[in-house]
Design a protein around this ligand. Sequence first.
Ligand SMILES: [Fe+2]
Length: 123
Amino acid sequence: MLELLSCDQCGKMVLIVNEGSGTLSCCGQPMTWCSEKTVDEGKEKHAPVVEKIPTGTRIKVGAVPHPMEADHHIVWIEVMGDTFLYTKTLKPGDTPESDFCIDPDQVKKVRIYCNKHGFWKKS
Ligand SMILES: [Fe+2]
């Protein structure tokens, strides 16, 4: 549940909220499952960092802030719990972090999407 698929041809992305048995296709071919990476490689850091703040939870992308340039940036940050999914979309020039009014103890999973390096999670 809440798996992400993408089209290798046009870049369309689909979030699955309820898995069925069919195969999703786009541009005439099956869509590709986006795997969630957890281990950073190279100089850019993607693994989400979760911090407790007075108003809830702060999610930062990378121990070192991720670039937020037009050709390389964080597109969104997701925070999931047992009964919620919150998504903050970002754009080039934004700070690669977001605050959520959620008790950190309720957070079960955090994911981010980099337009150049893909999907990353912290469980
Ligand atoms: Fe990246």
